[in-house]
Design a protein around this ligand. Structure first.
Ligand code: PAF
Length: 278
């Protein structure tokens, strides 16, 4: 496995592999079983697999969050080597941004709701770094986790609007036995926090059940909001029932429509997100 820190070396190496199909998994490191599923799939489906590890400063609207984001490069590289990853691209912030980009990407209502409401500028940062990474790696396939549902919608739009010649592959969320979605942020939770966080998935499943039983989105949200209020260790940000494609809110369950429930909460000062699709 090659670990490369510069853009030029990554481009030169990948260019020298003429004709090879490249599968790409962009990450911010602190890898877990969820990332590993993406990388394993990239290894299986391509001639060359590339994983980038870069904690992108421009997508953090909260400097504390950026400071506390776990950085575990050595451990990450070991995990990647074990699953047969070919190339790790791990640039510094100076390498990626000799000058901070002045351009702005605007994803319209896709970026102003949900995460966008609580993390202004986040998707501009994601869009720019993902575009840069796609230009550097030039993959035929790029793998993203459904846990970041809104990010998937934004990247899908980016690929279409900027005509990136690649296939976007969205992979299922990987969960711990308790139902807690795998996330790099979970390692910042205490043992107690980790078991309390299992409620996130339970609240999504309960919402799905109630919605399918015929409750309106508002009624479901009221019940769920009471359940969170009973657990005062949570500070909920949002819990919304939305159309999977447009991310628009929906009021009533309609069989055959792809629906998602998405949420964000703080627990032990760690911001956690999750979703289910049905
Ligand atoms: O999902 C992430 O880890 C990041 O948002 C991504 C796609 C690597 C861009 O920095």
């Amino acid at each position: 496995m090659r670990i490369i820190n510069t853009i030029i070396e990554t481009q030169q190496f990948l260019k020298s592999q003429s004709g090879a199909q490249i599968g790409f998994v962009p990450t911010m490191g602190a890898l877990h079983a969820g990332h590993m599923e993406l990388v394993k799939r990239a290894v299986r489906e391509n001639d060359i697999s590339v994983c980038s590890i870069f904690v992108n400063p421009t997508q953090f609207n909260n400097p504390e969050d950026l400071k506390k984001y776990p950085r575990t490069l050595e451990e990450d590289c070991k995990m990647l080597e074990e699953v047969g990853c070919d190339v790790v691209f791990a640039p510094s912030a100076e390498e990626m941004y000799p000058n901070l980009p002045k351009m702005k990407l605007d994803f319209g209502d896709l970026e102003t709701k949900l995460e966008g409401e609580f993390r202004p500028g986040h998707f501009n940062g994601v869009g720019i770094v993902v575009s840069k990474l796609f230009h550097i790696v030039k993959p035929q396939r790029a793998y993203f986790g459904q846990k970041d549902l809104q990010q998937c919608a934004v990247v899908n739009r980016l690929v279409k609007d900027l005509s990136f010649d690649l296939k976007l592959i969205i992979c299922d969320t990987v969960r711990e036995e308790s139902g807690l979605a795998m996330s790099s942020r979970n390692r910042r939770l205490s043992e107690t926090g980790r078991s309390q966080a299992a409620f996130l998935y339970q609240s999504l499943k309960l919402g799905e059940k109630l919605f399918k039983e015929g409750l309106t989105a508002l009624e479901v949200k009221e019940k769920i909001s009471r359940a969170y209020a009973d657990r005062s260790y949570f500070t909920p940000e949002y819990y919304e029932i939305i159309d999977f494609e447009t991310l628009n809110n929906i009021d009533l369950y309609k069989k055959g429509n792809k629906t998602a429930i998405v949420l964000a909460v703080f627990l032990e000062e760690v911001r956690l997100i999750d979703n289910i699709v049905f």
